[in-house]
Design a protein around this ligand. Sequence first.
Ligand code: CMP
Length: 140
Amino acid sequence: MATERTLSIIKPDATRRNITGKIIDKLESAGLRVIAQKRQHWSRDQAEAFYAVHKERPFYNDLVAFMTSGPVVVQVLEGDGAVAKNREVMGATNPADADAGTIRAEFAENIEANSVHGSDSAENAAIEIGMCFSENEIVG
Ligand code: CMP
């Protein structure tokens, strides 16, 4: 399978509970490499821009409020089939539907405070990585 890059975000519910290391361990144990990482506190503008694709969804305003409620850790992950692999390790969006052993099954609080975000396609990964990192911050 081809080497890919994907964007990962460890969300405010996870930074609040000080479990970023446990989440990174799951990612690395699945064979993903963290090739860029920074901790940020997003402004409303940043969160709105990142989730603009969900603008018309009923959960959009609450999602923006949640994503600005505390620090996030944004990451670029690299590995064979990284987009799909990361989504497998994260588990379903709703932790109630997530397979045992996945990040969301183990750590997510609910469908909104679901601990992690991962790009849903290679195309969106490139867009999302470009929104969060400059080239010189990514060290493969
Ligand atoms: P994420 O993978 O970051 O993509 C959109 C986010 O919106 C999702 O994870 C959740 O944090 C949040 N969200 C809240 N409610 C819903 C919902 N009903 N369906 C999908 N995503 C939701």
